[in-house]
Design a protein around this ligand. Structure first.
Ligand code: ADP
Length: 392
């Protein structure tokens, strides 16, 4: 047999094989492409079905994707008369609490593009009436090598929730207000009844004293409820000596400390001047000192120290009482929060004191934090700008 027909046969077979392989590969590529298009379609449908807004950014901060919910939310915040879809900077966005237009660098997508990670950042979309309150959050995306691949920003509408909270605050505020006048009258009359104790049998005096203590507790609770329902804390700053505020606070806590076998100590170089509202800061200090005593059921020492450094007054209230877990410490400034250990025990409280303290401190442009260990005690730190609230 000659070599030529065999070679021809081999080449033909090779051509057939190459053609078949080519066809096979092309059909594989086509089916892969179809698969990936189908997957993208499903993903897109899922993203457009969910009731939260989603925006994905690439690593240069440009939008890769905006789902349908988010496009509709943004459309509701386009200023009247605007020709078409607007950039984030042009939308009617306001900070939730202050209602002032949000500066471009504080807007959620801009913050995420700048690499910030955040959660529960409340923003109002659209002008009143009908503004929508949205809780926003951002997480960065990483690529295979752990580098930054962009960010995803989520938008979750909480208008209904905020309205329900406001309605609850209205009820609490109205009820507390209605309670205050009769309670003040009860306390006044009990005071009058005790003004001449010799005229009363000893048993009656003891009973009136119990009623008086409880009425005073109720009045303190009603005042706390009123204050916590009123988001507007009014602060009237003036030049104040912080050392004398600490002294007064420890003076009024003296009887409570003695009955709880707690020693009080003060380390404040006086005078220590700062621009603050003495009534409000005393209220915050009283809350911290009374907690420190209350949560030291086995006695111990409560120390209050104060110092100034670089335009900041720092107040520390330390105790060696029951302390808290790290998880509790994160939540103690939330209204009505009481640690599980305390909720089941005999120490009374409504979980309002620290949220009020935080509101007061923040209205002064300051911060309050807590460091604590279970069984080893707690330290609450308040930092306030010496120049006063407007300077922060
Ligand atoms: P209340 O004391 O009325 O419960 P607060 O808002 O003052 O409310 O405190 C909230 C919670 O924080 C308390 O219930 C308690 O669990 C915890 N807490 C506050 N201060 C201390 C402290 N000094 N030591 C331990 N736990 C504390």
């Amino acid at each position: 047999m000659s070599v030529l027909p065999v070679a021809l046969l081999a080449v033909s077979l090779l051509l057939v094989a190459v053609t078949a392989a080519g066809l096979f590969l092309r059909s594989r590529q086509r089916s892969r492409l179809a698969e990936s298009l189908e997957r993208e379609r499903v993903l897109r449908t899922i993203l457009d079905t969910v009731d939260v807004g989603i925006v994905a950014l690439d690593k240069t901060g440009h939008r890769l994707l905006t789902n349908r919910w988010q496009s509709e939310l943004e459309a509701s915040a386009v200023p009247a008369g605007s020709p078409g879809p607007a950039q984030e900077a042009e939308l009617l966005l306001a900070g939730h609490a202050q209602q002032a237009p949000l500066p471009p660098e504080r807007r959620p997508i801009r913050r995420a593009a700048a690499g910030e990670t955040f959660a529960d950042y409340l923003v109002s979309f659209g002008g009143p009436p009908g503004a929508r309150v949205v809780s926003t959050g951002a997480r960065s995306l990483t690529d295979h090598d752990g580098g930054c691949a962009g960010a995803v920003v989520l938008f979750n509408e909480v208008t209904g929730l905020m309205e329900a909270l406001a309605a609850k605050d209205d009820v609490v505020s109205t009820v507390s207000h209605e309670f205050r006048n009769p309670l003040t009258s009860i306390i006044g009359n009990l005071d009058l009844a005790l003004s001449d104790p010799e005229e009363l049998p000893a048993q009656a005096v003891r009973r009136i004293e119990v009623a008086q203590r409880n009425a005073e507790r109720l009045l303190a609770l009603v005042s706390d409820l009123l204050m916590s329902a009123n988001s507007a804390v009014h602060v009237r700053p003036r030049r104040t000596d912080v050392a004398s505020l600490v002294e007064a606070s420890l003076g009024s806590a003296h009887a409570h400390a003695r009955s709880a076998s707690v020693a009080l100590s003060m380390d404040v170089p006086g005078p220590l001047w700062a621009n603050l509202d003495p009534l409000r800061i005393s209220q915050a200090l009283d809350n911290l000192v009374s907690n420190a005593i209350k949560y030291s059921p086995d006695g111990g020492t409560v120390r209050v120290s104060a110092s100034t450094e670089g335009g900041t007054v720092r107040l520390l209230v330390q105790d060696d009482g029951i302390g808290m877990t790290a998880a509790d410490a994160e939540k103690v400034f939330t209204r009505f929060y009481r640690s599980p250990a305390v909720r089941e025990g005999p120490i009374p409280g409504a979980g309002l004191g620290l949220s009020i303290t935080k509101a007061i401190v923040e209205h002064h442009g300051g911060t309050v934090s807590c460091s604590t260990r279970p069984g080893l005690g707690s330290t609450f730190t308040v930092e306030l700008p010496t120049a006063g609230p407007s300077a922060s």
